[in-house]
Design a protein around this ligand. Sequence first.
Ligand code: GTP
Ligand code: MG
Length: 198
Amino acid sequence: MVITSAEFVISNSRVNKCPTTGLPEYAFIGRSNVGKSSLINMLTGRKGLAMTSQKPGKTQLINHFLINKDWYLVDLPGYGYARLSRDGRDGLRKMIEDYILERTELVCLFVLLDSRLEPQRIDLEFIEWLGEEGIPFALVFTKADKLSKGKLAANIAAYKERLLQQWEELPPLFITSSEARMGRDELLSYIDGINKSL
Ligand code: GTP
Ligand code: MG
């Protein structure tokens, strides 16, 4: 799929304030700093479209980006950001949960995982919750440029093994690097396939 246009539409903290165009959308979630905003910039080929930071906790709102005037990419705040107050954390969690559970336009949630790390409890619990709620999702490993091919393959294999303890079947799985523009074609054609099936 060719990206002909990508534009920021709106940021907000409430699912009921999200765009009402009814177009399908794909949202990115995962731990703070895992690379959600960077991946949106890489996929769209627009540096600085979504705001990124070396410090975790950058994205604090639900951000809609209209792609090819036809569908949205949605940048969400990260979960598990420890340096927020309890109220701040609870507020973010509610924002994310309400969005995931109530947003009927959401056709697939991409859960980002840092490919350098072994399976983290917070991610596994989040994935389990998605399963319980019946939310369609796919897994996206990020920052693959930061480790050797061998280590990357070993980490992905370990992750699959861990998931298969919980799931009968693996969800769709993508390996990406925003730095190296890895996984771009695969993700875009996955989205394209879903768009065409709607
Ligand atoms: P929050 O908005 O805080 O939840 O973070 P985020 O998940 O949106 O992460 P963001 O895209 O802001 O990236 C966090 C940091 O990781 C930045 O310093 C990025 O440059 C870096 N980063 C993201 N993706 C990659 C990647 O593929 N490779 C490398 N080497 N660095 C990356
Ligand atoms: Mg972000």
